[in-house]
Design a protein around this ligand. Structure first.
Ligand SMILES: [Zn+2]
Length: 57
């Protein structure tokens, strides 16, 4: 009955990590944000840490 937990490698900071990769389920890392001129809103671009897949959010 221990509540002690090791530091989890998959507990990232929300500001730097994106959604899980649809291909390999690895966490993605925030790359940059651009302005979508069609919708006039910012789009965050993440890149999978494992397979380098780009994920647009
Ligand atoms: Zn991936």
């Amino acid at each position: 009955m221990s509540e002690t937990r090791e530091a989890e490698p998959l507990s990232p900071r929300p500001s730097q990590w994106g959604p899980s990769c649809p291909k390999c389920q690895a966490p993605s890392r925030f790359t940059t944000s651009i302005l979508d001129l069609k919708n006039d809103r910012p789009v965050q671009i993440y890149r999978c840490d494992r397979c380098r897949e780009e994920i647009w959010n």
